[in-house]
Ligand binder design. Structure first.
Ligand code: AMP
Length: 512
């Protein structure tokens, strides 16, 4: 028998087995928040949303875009929209209005839902149906008395979400993730991370980012209460761990650093210490010192994973093995600093050029309406990650370099080309190149190297202000170097490695 693997399975199980248990605790500091919602109530609201989309005439396959920081109403859409055969497009809420507009248009979304706090900034972005999340969307979409239509032709290979991600092109690409991708990702990730019904999950990761790494589906199937966190704040994370008995969270190294800083200031025992609280970290390679500090200062377990939006994202995991139990902490941290061993069903290989290649059921269907980019990414039957790395004799992957021209700052990808495009629109910029340089807080931060046009009088503040006005703040350079010429190859290609060299000298990894 073959039964399609659909995202619906996760919430169905949550509702059947854990109906009366709290499913979601919404952000309390947010007007109009939903408070605590049980699994039964969550499932009821999800069905009501689906019935509302039916009434609005949104067909299966149509795209529903949403821009919102973490919120219970955002979370519901991850179940309601794909669960009825529609396609969810969760958009990075830090993007500026032109960037959001591009994604809404490119995805062809007929419905756009916007968090009220973003309404002013995104005032010009619209779609056939535009609704503010909250009272307005509840009124327009929640139809409790109507049964949602059955999704005829439900198919595990149907696209469930399109997640736009910055890559090697100036414009972000839409990663098509299928129901099957999500199913395999969420079950294997949950299994490897040991997620069970006694867990409590804190949403430190933005839900839009690779569907919260798929953990928002895993959690449902296991009846895990999900605590919504709208804004990353170290002390607040510790308070929530305490208040809700949180047992695990997923986070980029920059978020982990914020928690470590808060831990230093914290009065009394660290919440969650000694009761198997774990933090699952990815997005950039964390320094081994950070790993040691999580275990020694917080008393939490550190787990590393590696993956990309294009791989749903789960490819590898590095979690302390029984064999390492007796290792001194510094030696265990040396083991844990690697990206990890392939998850079940994942095959990894390193190309002759040193690029990490992957084969698995979590690899994307394709880039939305970009067949050439899809063919390149899947060339030869392997997914090309654009990361440079190596596999050691234990089978563990280490990421050491980036083949793609992408900077990762605070866990978010930034396309260098996009920033360079923006710089070129500033009068007085004759030539420019953008590189990532190491940064204590963000892992990497963006540096612009600019050759001013003859006679132009540019300064750092003007260049940064220009970018901030046109792009999301995290994409703007934080420093600018003015130079006379940019090093190029004989064929005119910018030699970024030469620009990066002085900032990365003496490091064994060229990414941070
Ligand atoms: P995204 O698609 O935004 O999730 O970004 C994926 C990229 O993040 C990968 O291609 C890597 O460059 C980087 N990344 C993710 N996890 C790790 C890790 N554990 N170590 C090093 N880099 C990572």
């Amino acid at each position: 028998m073959k039964v399609p693997l659909l995202v619906n399975d996760f919430l169905d199980r949550g509702e059947t087995v854990f109906a009366e248990r709290v499913a979601v605790v919404d952000e309390p500091d947010c007007a109009d928040n939903l408070g605590s919602v049980t699994y039964a109530e969550l499932a009821r609201r999800v069905r009501a949303l689906q019935a509302g989309l039916d009434e609005l005439g949104v067909d299966p396959g149509e795209r529903v875009a949403v821009v919102s920081p973490n919120a219970a109403r955002l979370l519901e859409l991850f179940y309601a929209v794909p669960g009825s055969g529609r396609v969810l497009v969760p958009i990075n809420f830090r993007l500026r209005s032109e960037e959001v507009e591009y994604i809404v248009e490119h995805s062809g979304a007929s419905v756009l839902l916007v968090d009220p706090t973003l309404d002013d900034d995104l005032g010009t972005v619209t779609a056939k149906h535009r609704l503010l999340l909250g009272e307005q969307s509840d009124e327009a979409l929640l139809r409790f008395v109507r049964e949602p239509q059955r999704w005829a032709g439900a198919d595990e290979d149907a696209t469930a979400t399109i997640n736009y991600t910055s890559g090697t092109t100036a414009r972000p690409k839409g990663v098509q993730i299928t129901h099957r991708n999500i199913w395999v990702n969420s079950t294997t990730f949950g299994w490897h991370a040991g997620v069970g019904d006694r867990d409590v999950y804190l949403h430190t990761l933005p839900m839009f980012h690779a569907n919260g790494w798929g953990m928002l589906y895993t959690a449902c199937a296991m009846g895990v209460p999900q605590i919504v966190l709208r804004k990353v704040d170290g002390p607040e994370i510790l308070r929530r761990v305490d208040r809700h008995g949180v047992t695990f969270m997923c986070a980029a190294p920059a978020v982990v650093n914020a928690v470590l800083d808060a831990g230093k200031e914290h009065d009394g025992p660290i919440p969650g210490a000694g009761r198997a609280t774990r933090v699952i970290c990815a997005g950039a390679p964390p320094p081994s010192k950070t790993i040691e500090r999580i275990e020694s200062e917080l008393g939490w377990e550190f787990i590393q994973i590696y993956g990309l939006t294009e791989t749903s994202p789960f490819l590898t995991m590095n979690r302390r093995k029984k064999e390492w139990d007796d290792l001194p902490l510094a030696d265990a941290a040396q083991k844990l600093v690697r990206a990890g061993a392939p998850a079940i069903g994942v095959r990894l290989a390193i190309s002759d050029a040193g690029e990490v290649l992957a084969r698995s059921n979590v690899v994307l269907e394709g880039y939305w309406q970009q067949p050439d980019a899809t063919a390149d990414a899947l060339d030869g039957g392997w997914f090309h990650t654009g990361d440079g790395g190596s596999l050691d004799d234990e089978g563990y992957l280490t990421i050491s370099d980036r083949k793609k021209d992408v900077i990762i700052t605070g866990g978010e990808n930034v396309s260098s080309i996009e920033v360079e495009d923006c710089l070129y629109s500033l009068e007085g910029v004759a030539e420019c190149a953008v590189i990532g340089v190491p940064d204590e807080k963000w892992g990497e931060t963006i540096k612009a190297v600019v050759v001013p046009a003859p006679g132009a009088s540019l300064d750092e503040a003007t260049v940064i202000a220009h970018c901030k006005k046109r792009m999301a703040g995290y994409k703007s350079p934080t420093s600018v170097d003015f130079v006379e010429a940019i090093p190029r190859t004989a064929t005119g290609k910018v030699q970024k490695f030469k620009l990066r060299e002085p900032f990365w000298a003496g490091r064994d990894r060229q990414v941070n």
